[in-house]
Design a protein around this ligand. Structure first.
Ligand code: NDP
Length: 480
């Protein structure tokens, strides 16, 4: 039985209260371990360790910190298969997906930010009689709070830029998925990474997470999670004048225009809707289809969905694993019930699959497509975060734009068309942080990433991450 302890000042330690939370494999229902259930006293220790380590780490040159990032990237690469296995076990996601997306990206995050930091040029503004130098200082001790859907991927997306800019870290991963963060801490220990620079406090959001938010010496909070939790985070951190980055929920539209390649669009919409059982903040959980091609498209879309293999995440050809927990499964199913009450019709799915012994108690749901709902219905406007997608028809691009913009969220979306210029112009009118034309989840890590409306505040990625994890100051030198 695994025992997951906090990682403070380079050592693994149980929480001070010696209390533990159970950790389950959601695909089997089996308990796989116990994790420390930390509170404010543990956070105090972690912050102290991070403060003590700050001077040494921030005094290293940028090149020395870049070397550390490269070393971490190499150490993770050597454990790539282990990361994928552990992530799949903890989340119930297919091993092939964990390998392709989670493990790959966790390694890439370090390599990308090492390279990106290397390529930074000094910003200098000349005046007639003076020269201005833009100087970037680390913020100090930063708090990183992350969700369960892409555990190590999202955590390392914050760790790498925070480290390279000279900050020290107190992190709290989701209590549902602590395993890869623990593996990451072990990896740091193995490569003799400086103690106290990176610390983990495991436990529940309202105790461990909130203590990080409330700690006066944590100077910045980078949070990824639900919009409702984001409100709590903002309410606590804003009056303390902490730097704040909020990456929150989404209810993204996949829009199929009347000139789209129907087969390509059906494949794209199925992938956008059901990757990771619909548990990616960027998933296209609403499909909007021009009514002139709706019948043909819907037929192909259902074929795509029904061809997905739902089942044991450890099998290489599985497309859809379990959702994160039995409680989450019930929440997702309650939306299917709501959809029926709101007049929806289930076109495919809607039920739990019958799986063999090992997965018979897992939190599985068939990928579900529902039509006939009003675009303003609760099912079509609230984030379900599971394998449930709604299908809506529109007449012409103007109505499609209105429908795409009709939720409080604004994270992402995609549009499918054979006219790339039309796709680009259409995208400009959608109120989201990112739009894809004829693709989905195609990421260049240099670009700004983040949401508008209730999907977040701030941007991550390339320059934006480096700016968030630093304070920019100006040094103005009067010429002789
Ligand atoms: P939650 O908001 O429930 O949790 C996110 C993190 O916040 C967890 O570590 C959680 O701890 C912690 N937390 C909860 N309450 C508090 C609190 N009071 N103070 C401090 N921390 C707290 O999100 P989920 O984990 O359920 O993740 C799913 C959500 O994340 C979806 O809404 C999804 O859209 C969003 N998301 C957004 C992304 C983006 O880039 N915009 C990317 C990925 C996901 P614990 O759960 O352990 O109690």
């Amino acid at each position: 039985m695994l025992k997951i302890e906090n990682f403070i000042d380079g050592e693994f330690k149980s929480s001070i209260n010696e209390e533990f939370l159970d950790n389950y494999n959601p695909a089997t229902g089996e308990k796989v371990g116990e994790i420390s259930s930390s509170g404010p006293r543990d956070v105090e220790k972690a912050v102290k360790a991070a403060e003590d380590a700050f001077f040494g780490w921030s005094s290293l040159s940028m090149d020395e910190r870049i070397n550390w990032l490269e070393k971490i990237g190499d150490a993770l690469e050597a454990k790539k298969e282990e990361i994928a296995k552990v992530e799949s076990l903890d989340t119930g996601k297919p091993i092939s997906l964990a390998r392709r997306v989670d493990a790959n990206r966790s390694i890439t995050n370090f390599r990308f930010f090492a390279q990106f930091a290397k390529n930074q040029e000094a910003q200098i503004f000349e005046m007639n009689d003076a020269t201005n130098y833009v100087h970037r200082k680390p913020v100090g001790v930063v708090g990183l709070i992350t969700p369960w859907n892409l555990p190590l991927y999202l955590l390392t997306w914050k760790i790498a830029p925070a480290l390279v800019m000279g900050n020290t870290i107190v992190a709290k991963p989701s209590e549902l998925t602590p395993l890869t963060a623990n593996l990451f801490a072990k990896t740091l220990q193995e490569i003799d990474f400086p103690k106290g620079v990176f610390n983990i406090v495991h436990g529940l959001g309202p105790s461990a997470g909130q203590a990080i938010l409330e700690h006066p010496n944590v100077k910045a909070i980078s949070f990824t999670g639900g919009t409702q939790t984001g409100r709590i985070v903002a309410k606590i951190a804003a009056p303390l004048f902490k730097k704040l980055s909020l990456e929150l929920g989404g209810k993204n539209a996949t829009v199929i225009l009347n000139d789209a390649d129907i087969l390509q669009a059906a494949k794209g919409a199925a992938k956008a809707g059901f990757t990771n059982s619909g548990q990616v903040c960027l998933c296209g959980s609403r499909i909007l289809i021009d009514e002139s091609i709706a019948d043909d498209f819907t037929k192909h879309l259902i074929e795509e969905i029904e061809a997905m293999k739902v089942g044991n995440p450890q099998e290489e050809d599985t497309d859809i694993g379990s959702v994160i927990s039995p409680q989450h499964l019930e929440k997702v199913e309650s939306y299917i019930q709501l959809a029926l009450e709101e007049g929806g019709e289930i076109l495919t799915g809607g039920n739990r699959p019958k799986l063999d012994k090992v997965n018979s108690n897992g939190a599985f749901l068939m990928p579900t497509l529902i039509s006939g709902l009003d675009i303003k219905s609760r099912t079509a406007t609230e984030e379900i975060f599971g394998p449930v997608v709604t299908l809506h028809t529109f007449k012409g691009d103007e109505e499609a734009i209105k429908m795409a913009n009709s939720t409080d969220y604004g994270l992402a979306g995609s549009v499918w068309t054979s006219d790339l210029q039309r796709g680009k112009e259409f995208s400009k009118q959608i109120d989201t942080g990112i739009m894809w034309v004829n693709t989905w989840l195609h990421r260049d890590l240099r670009t700004p990433f983040g949401g508008v409306k209730n999907s977040g505040v701030g941007r991550e990625g390339g320059q934006w991450s480096l700016s968030f994890f630093s304070e920019m100051t100006n040094i103005c030198v009067k010429n002789d």
